[in-house]
Design a protein around this ligand. Structure first.
Ligand code: GLA
Length: 389
């Protein structure tokens, strides 16, 4: 974190001069269980990982937002004209800065409060395009900064909805609330469990170290994007099923109702959501009851992957092969994490087997001519917060 703060501080001084009023950090996440359930009013179990975006920010006198990014070295400036209602796409801010403009716009839209201008310098070590929510980390760090700079009293639940609204309506990616909640509300040593309908969040113990386990993230380096059609298409499949069944969300479907769906594809989509909710609830129940040996999570992760591969069809060969290689390398379980169509796999493994497993994964990737994967340790970490700097 010190390095990120230093980069943001130096960037701020170089881009705008002087020192910022404060620093805010927001992390990326993994999702242990509960995939493609958030926008179906279901259950998710994500936690923050120790990779952060830091925003060094100050108020500006004018209603203008200037944002410098360490990743690209550019400064993007926009005024109120580009963060208003009914803005034609061609006039909206695009690229990475669209998340910042989206947050300014959504904050004003949802709170009704005028949001003052700001100068913001961003630095981040959340891997981009890896399915680890670099965009939620970016949005949340900026949102926290703006709320604090302008004394806006916004609850956590509302912050999550504001960041989601920004991403859905301004950036144009139709995502749920999983990533934003994980980035904002995670606590070290725990996993979050959330009911996405009520937005009620529970912190459940996740004592990986007690039985010598580790959660390893494998970035397969297969790029993915949620604004692309596939994710939206899956959402569309779910919405059609909801309409057909006359329920509020797929969360409410009971088993017998599957039979009344008109075609096999729809049945499979719905079956994934139902079985994934069951797995996530089952895991939450056991963690809540105090189970300390987390190896059982591995089996649920694997079942989840199979369901995502066959019923929901959001995996790609790189993800499936990585899961296979992880199992062959000694993992207790492995699965894709996030939206899919590329991105990362998470593996639950004994710490003393970690290196052998990673070697096996790298070996098999190279045999298939895939890019060399990258590995990270997913230690349950602190959610978004203001830094003492
Ligand atoms: C992406 C979205 C989330 C969620 C997951 C799938 O990460 O941003 O809202 O839908 O995919 O579980």
């Amino acid at each position: 974190m010190d390095e990120l703060v230093k980069q943001a501080r130096t960037g701020f001084a170089r881009a705008f001069g002087g020192v910022p009023d404060g620093y805010w950090a927001a992390p990326g996440r993994i999702n242990v269980l509960g995939e493609h359930t958030d926008y179906n009013g279901g259950f998710v179990m994500p936690y923050a990982i120790p990779f952060y975006t830091v925003a060094a920010a100050s108020r500006s006198q004018s209603p203008t937002w200037q944002v410098w990014s360490q990743a690209t070295g550019e400064t993007v400036t926009f005024g109120t004209g580009r963060v208003r209602e009914q803005l034609p796409r061609s006039q909206a801010v695009d690229g990475w800065a669209s998340y910042v403009a989206g947050v300014v716009w959504a904050l004003k839209h949802m709170t009704g409060e005028p949001v003052g201008g700001a100068r913001i310098a961003l630095s981040s070590n959340v891997p981009v395009g890896a399915g680890l929510s670099s965009s939620a980390a970016l949005s949340m760090s900026v949102l926290l900064a703006l709320c604090d700079l302008y004394d806006l009293d916004v609850s956590d639940e509302r912050k999550v909805l504001i960041a989601q609204f920004a991403e859905n309506e301004y950036v144009g990616a139709p995502t749920g609330i999983l990533d934003q909640t994980a980035s904002l509300q995670s606590r070290p040593g725990s996993t979050l469990f959330m009911d996405c309908r009520s937005q009620v969040v529970e912190q459940l113990p996740f004592p990986l170290e007690e039985t010598g386990l580790e959660m390893v993230v494998v970035d397969t380096r297969t790029p993915h994007r949620h604004s692309d059609g596939d994710y939206a298409e899956r959402r569309g499949d779910c919405e059609l099923a909801v309409e057909h069944l006359g329920v509020d969300s797929l969360r409410d479907v009971v088993r017998g109702q599957l039979l009344s769906l008109p075609d096999l594809l729809m049945k499979r989509r719905v079956r994934h959501v139902l079985s994934e909710n069951r797995r996530t609830l089952a895991a939450a129940e056991r963690l809540r009851a105090g189970e300390r040996d987390l190896r059982f999570i591995g089996e649920l992760m694997l079942e989840s992957h199979v369901s995502l591969a066959t019923d929901f069809e959001v995996t790609v060969p790189q993800l499936d092969h990585t899961v296979n290689a992880a199992l062959r390398g000694g993992a207790w379980g492995a699965r894709m994490t996030g939206g899919g169509f590329g991105g990362s796999v998470i593996c639950l493994v004994n710490g003393d087997r970690r290196d052998a497993m990673c070697e096996e994964i790298t070996r098999q990737a190279s045999q298939r001519g895939y890019d060399e994967p990258k590995f990270y340790l997913a230690i349950p970490s602190e959610g978004a917060h203001r830094l003492e700097a």
